[in-house]
Structure formats: structure tokens, C-alpha cells
Design a protein around this ligand. Structure first.
Ligand SMILES: Nc1ncnc2c1ncn2[C@@H]1O[C@H](COP(=O)(O)OP(=O)(O)O)[C@@H](O)[C@H]1O
Ligand SMILES: [Mg+2]
Length: 144
């Protein structure tokens, strides 16, 4: 990983070890992510990609090591607080709420946001980018 020139460090993992019981899943990973970088984790099945992301997000606790986000130690910060600080996951598994509309699902994803106008702007941007024709139809269109 290279440092984007002149940009600050946003996220740092230092010698992080995560276990599932006695299974030593992450064996001392160190990562630095700088502002403006796109960083990809590549590895075989079982290499520890998901566990690394879960550890960053506070869903798994590292037994050893430190995670720093925007200069603050978040190693022991609860997951919901880490989301509030700005680290979120968009999982591939499509774990939506099937009985809710598209808009309702998007609102659930933004449940911690308090900036209503910014949220509306973001939603409109999503609808402009997607193949969904109009915001109105999404109030009733179910996800399945
Ligand atoms: N819930 C779990 N309980 C026990 N071991 C797990 C669990 N989830 C993952 N592991 C183990 O942790 C290691 C890393 O898995 P994972 O992070 O899911 O890898 P990847 O996402 O790269 O496929 C693997 O050895 C896997 O078997
Ligand atoms: Mg995985």
C-alpha cells in the first residue's frame, strides 16, 4: 500500500489478532489507509478478509493489537458507535428487509443520520444512478 501524497492517515491497524474461540483467524495484520485511497483486500476463501472487516467494525474484538480511526483508538468501541463515526459495511449477501419498500430499506441503512436534507440529497443521487425509474414507485416496490 502506498501513501497518497500529502494526505492524512484515516485508518490504521497495528498487529491485530482476532480469534473465534481457539481459532486464530487474523494473525497480526497491519494496514494503513490514507485519505482518498481505495484499498482492496484480496485472499483465498478463509484467508480472513471478512474477519478483518468485522474487526474494524467492532463486530469481532481483537485479542491483541490496535485499531485507530481518524486519530482515535476504536479497538474497544462498540459497533454502533463505530458506524456513527463513519465506518460502515455494504455486504454482498443482500440481507435486505424483504417486506419493506426500497426507500424503507435505504432509510434503515441511514438510521443514525440526523441531517435530513443531506439524507434526501443522497437518496435522490442513488435513484438518479440506479435503474429504478422514480422515487415514488420505490415507496411501494418490495425488495422481493
Ligand atoms: N464464525 C466463525 N467461527 C469460527 N471460525 C470462523 C468463523 N468465521 C470465520 N472463521 C474462520 O476464520 C478464518 C477466516 O475466515 P474469513 O474471515 O471468513 O475469511 P474470508 O472472508 O477471507 O473468506 C477461516 O479459517 C474461517 O474458517
Ligand atoms: Mg469473506
Amino acid at each position: 500500500m502506498t501513501q497518497a501524497s500529502g494526505r492524512g492517515k484515516i485508518l490504521e491497524l497495528e498487529d491485530v489478532h482476532t480469534y473465534y474461540g481457539s481459532i486464530h483467524a487474523i494473525k497480526g495484520i497491519s494496514i494503513e489507509v490514507f485519505d482518498g485511497e481505495v484499498v482492496t483486500l484480496i485472499g483465498a476463501n478463509g484467508a480472513g478478509k471478512s474477519t478483518t472487516l468485522r474487526t474494524i467494525n467492532g463486530l469481532n474484538r481483537p485479542r491483541k493489537g490496535t485499531i485507530t480511526f481518524q486519530g482515535r483508538n476504536i479497538t474497544s468501541t462498540p459497533a454502533h458507535e463505530i458506524v456513527r463515526r463513519g465506518i460502515a459495511q455494504s455486504p454482498e449477501g443482500r440481507r435486505l428487509f424483504p417486506r419493506m419498500s426500497v426507500v424503507e430499506n435505504l432509510e434503515m441503512g441511514a438510521f443514525q443520520r440526523t441531517d435530513r436534507s443531506g439524507l434526501k440529497e443522497d437518496m435522490d443521487r442513488v435513484f438518479r444512478r440506479s435503474t429504478i425509474r422514480g422515487r415514488r414507485s420505490c415507496w411501494s416496490s418490495r425488495t422481493r
